[in-house]
Write a protein that binds this ligand. Structure first.
Ligand SMILES: Cc1cc2nc3c(=O)[nH]c(=O)nc-3n(C[C@H](O)[C@H](O)[C@H](O)COP(=O)(O)OP(=O)(O)OC[C@H]3O[C@@H](n4cnc5c(N)ncnc54)[C@H](O)[C@@H]3O)c2cc1C
Length: 447
């Protein structure tokens, strides 16, 4: 017989959304368990080296994501593990937020424990017990055998909507028509980079960089990100379906994080595709690093310092929930009565089959609302989602997937679950005004 663990709230997936969901749930006073397949938290942020977090602000620089996400940044700053929000020298958004992934791993566990959350690492959820459209328990497999974790409310923060899918809630994947998803990227870091040389090259060759790069201000800004080298990249003609080089600086003074490999046409929920993606991604890392060392000024003495433990996955399954956020909701900066989070990050679609990136900026006051209904699946009554797998179209996912908004929807899901447990109701029945008041007390920006 399986071992049994009982809780009020069960959060599956310890990425940025799951961490914040579990902290919020734990702080509500509910007995909370967080289940994570790796031996550390952070999801894409740590396992796939996603860096920096972007963005907490609108294009005009107004901060629209605060709350627990900002609390994490403040504590990272106090630990000398983040410089805080820096001006984005790529020019794509207003600010980006570098952080030290190894310190974030430790800090998040401290914060989870302070909130009274029980952690189960090295635990993979592969089965969900559902009766009358209510989840009774999730089953995980681990070194100590199978464990049933029972709960009243469950939160799916697996990124892949595993819990929703396994419980029978309707899910969607990819774009309309061919169902292709955004490409995967194997990220890697290089050290030994002379960033002063990189910056000077940008100032001297502005046409080789993204048109919004603030070249005029570069001399006085810390270099945070670089997008371009169009000529070098084209001439190298590497077998990678991308049209530019993208990297970010830090956390060390001679270090960059490269976001340039691209694996297309494979499904991040299919184990054979994932295996192929890991192989292709790692081969591309060697190619790109060699290209940078041999061609880009400032990289002559650089070498690879780390590669993601897994390939970065931008898009897989998402729930087909009670409302799907639409591209117009984002672009027009629409407001919703049941807003639980906001974001000013543009639509940013890395082409599922082509070379480029499609972007569209948020109009109105520069931020759009994420309604509570996007966290609620159809059919399964005691399940909430947060992060990458909430209910959106393929296009709207291209903004909600960014880490700060995943953290914000995580806080909302954890707080909603806390209220559902407190009042003995299903998440769909809680009072939205009460949820919004809890979120605002927790520092969230909803207006
Ligand atoms: C290549 C790439 C570049 C990106 N660039 C940026 C960027 O520059 N800035 C930015 O802010 N965002 C960026 N993002 C987006 C961002 O990293 C992710 O969308 C975000 O991490 C999603 O958070 P999440 O918590 O929803 O899911 P994830 O980060 O995917 O976390 C899910 C967690 O659940 C665990 N899990 C999954 N299934 C199970 C299971 N069945 N049982 C137990 N545990 C499970 C996983 O191990 C993981 O820890 C990028 C993403 C990628 C892939």
């Amino acid at each position: 017989m399986n071992k049994i663990i009982e809780a009020d709230i069960v959060v599956v997936g310890g990425g940025p959304a799951g961490v914040n969901a579990a902290i919020a749930a734990g702080r509500s006073g509910a007995k909370t368990v967080l289940i994570e397949k790796y031996g550390f938290i952070g999801g894409m942020s740590t396992a796939a080296l996603v860096y920096p977090w972007m963005t907490f602000h609108t294009t005009d620089g107004k901060q629209v994501i605060k709350g627990l996400a900002q609390e994490i940044i403040d504590r990272l700053i106090a630990m000398n593990a983040s410089p805080g929000h820096l001006r984005d020298t790529v020019g794509f958004v207003n600010t980006i937020t570098p952080y030290h992934a190894e310190i974030y791993k430790v800090l998040a566990v401290d914060m989870l424990k302070e909130a009274g959350v029980k952690l189960l690492f090295h635990s993979f959820v592969d089965h969900v017990e559902t009766v009358d459209n209510r989840i009774q328990s999730v089953q995980l497999t681990s070194k100590s055998g199978r464990i049933d974790v029972k709960g009243k409310v469950f939160i799916d923060t697996t990124g892949d909507a595993d819990l929703a899918y396994l419980s029978g809630a309707p899910c969607l994947q990819g774009r309309d028509g061919d169902k292709l998803t955004q490409p995967m990227t194997m990220k890697f870091r290089m050290r030994g980079v002379d960033l002063a040389v990189v910056k000077q090259y940008m100032i001297d060759h502005p046409d080789e960089f993204y048109k919004k790069t603030p070249i005029d201000e570069l001399a006085n800004l810390p270099l945070s990100g670089v997008l371009g080298y169009y000529k070098h990249w084209k001439e190298a003609n590497l077998p990678i379906n991308r049209d530019q080089v993208l990297f970010f600086t830090g956390p060390e003074a001679d270090e960059v994080l490269v976001n340039t490999t691209r694996v297309q046409g494979l499904d991040g929920t299919n184990v054979e595709d994932l295996t192929e993606a890991e192989e292709l991604g790692r081969k591309q890392v060697l190619m790109v690093a060699e290209f940078m060392k041999n061609n880009l000024p400032g990289f002559e003495k650089a070498s690879i310092s780390s590669v993601g433990a897994q390939i970065g996955i931008r898009e897989t399954r998402r729930i087909d929930g009670q409302y799907a956020l639409q591209v117009d909701d984002v672009v027009q900066g629409r407001h919703f009565e049941d807003v639980i989070a906001r974001s000013g990050y543009p639509i940013d679609i890395h082409d599922p089959s082509g070379k480029g990136v499609t972007a569209a900026w948020v109009e109105g006051d520069g931020a759009y609302d994420i309604p509570y209904r996007c966290l609620l699946p159809q059919k399964i009554e005691n399940l909430l989602t947060a992060g990458r797998c909430i209910s959106t179209t393929h296009e709207a996912l291209a903004t909600t997937r960014l880490t700060p908004s995943c953290m914000a929807t995580g806080q909302a899901a954890g707080s909603a679950a806390g209220l559902a447990v407190k009042h003995g109701m299903q998440p769909a029945k809680i009072d939205i005004a009460e949820l919004q008041s809890v979120l605002v007390q927790g520092g969230a920006v909803l207006k």
